[in-house]
Design a protein around this ligand. Structure first.
Ligand code: PEP
Ligand code: MN
Length: 257
C-alpha cells in the first residue's frame, strides 16, 4: 500500500523514505534533567524529543508524571532546543493542554483501545502516534487508527513496542514481523520502540538496527543522562554516548540499504 508521510513541521516528516529518531527520557523529571538530555540528543542528530508529563503507571504508588508542570517544561525546552516534541495523552480532559505544547500526541499501549480517547484525538489537527497494546493484534491496531481517521484526523503514526508472550528474558517480545505486514495493510508510517519491548538497555542497539533493516520509518528510544537514577524506566534507557554509537551504526546501515 502507498506509504503516507506525516508532516511534523516545515523541515520534518515521518514516513515516505526517511528514518526519524525520537529520543529522550521516559518521563520529564525536572527542567534541568529534560534540558540537559535534550541538548545532548540534539547534538547527535535526534529529530524529535520525547518525555512524558502524564505517565500511565501500573502501580498507583509510582510517580505519575509532573503533569501540568511537565507541560511548562516542554514549552521551555522547545524554546531553547528547537526540536519538535512528542508527549503522551492519557485522558480526554488533557488533550487540549497537551496539544498546546506537543507536536505529536502519543497514545500509550494501555489506551490503544480507549475508543472515546481516540475519537477525541481524531478531532484534533495534531499527528497522533498510536502504540500497539501489549495484547493486541495488528488488525486491532489498525482499527484503532481507523477510529482516529473516521473522526477526522488521518495524521497517524503507528508504533510497535512489544507484545506479551511466554518469553520472559525480555520485558515484552518485539514483534518486528508486524512492520512489513503493516506496510502492506495500511498507509501509515510505523515507528519501532525497542526500549519498552526489551526492558534492557543492553539489547536496544541490536533491535534498533533490526528495525531499520525490516523497513520501519523510525525509532523511539529512551535516553537518560543518568539511567540508574531515572524515575521511570531507567533499566531500559540508554545514555547519550550509547545513542551516539547507535546512530553512527544506523547511518552506516542506511548507506548500504
Ligand atoms: C512510554 O512511551 O513511555 C510508554 C509508557 O510506553 P507504552 O505505552 O508503550 O508502555
Ligand atoms: Mn517509558
Amino acid at each position: 500500500m502507498k506509504n503516507m508521510s506525516i508532516k511534523i513541521n516545515e523541515k520534518l516528516k515521518i514516513g515516505g523514505g526517511g528514518f526519524v529518531i525520537i529520543s529522550g527520557p521516559c518521563t520529564i523529571e525536572s527542567e534541568i534533567q529534560m534540558l540537559s538530555i535534550s541538548k545532548s540528543v540534539k547534538k547527535l542528530g535526534v529529530d524529535i524529543l520525547r518525555g512524558g508529563a502524564f505517565k500511565p503507571r501500573t502501580s498507583p504508588h509510582d510517580f505519575q508524571g509532573l503533569r501540568d508542570e511537565g507541560l511548562k517544561i516542554i514549552t521551555k525546552v522547545k524554546e531553547i532546543v528547537k526540536l519538535p516534541f512528542i508527549s503522551e495523552v492519557v485522558s480526554i480532559k488533557d488533550i487540549e493542554k497537551v496539544s498546546l505544547v506537543a507536536d505529536i500526541l502519543q497514545v500509550g499501549e494501555r489506551n490503544m483501545q480507549n475508543f472515546e480517547l481516540l475519537k477525541h484525538l481524531g478531532k484534533t489537527k495534531k499527528p497522533i502516534l498510536i502504540k500497539r497494546g501489549k495484547a493486541n493484534t495488528i488488525n486491532e491496531l489498525l482499527m484503532s487508527a481507523e477510529y482516529v481517521k473516521v473522526s477526522g484526523n488521518n495524521k497517524i503514526i503507528l508504533c510497535e513496542r512489544g507484545i506479551r508472550t511466554f518469553e520472559n528474558e525480555t520485558r515484552f517480545t518485539l514483534d518486528l514481523s508486524m512492520v512489513p505486514i503493516v506496510k502492506t495493510k495500511s498507509p501509515y508510517p510505523i515507528i519501532v520502540d525497542p526500549s519498552h519491548a526489551l526492558g534492557n538497555s543492553e539489547l536496544v542497539s541490536a533491535l534498533s538496527k533490526a528495525a531499520l533493516v525490516v523497513g520501519a520509518d523510525g525509532l523511539m528510544v529512551e535516553c537518560h543522562n543518568n539511567p540508574k537514577k531515572a524515575m521511570c524506566d531507567g533499566e531500559q534507557s540508554i545514555t547519550p554516548s550509547e545513542l551516539k554509537a547507535l546512530i553512527r551504526d544506523l547511518n552506516k546501515i542506511r548507506k548500504v540499504l
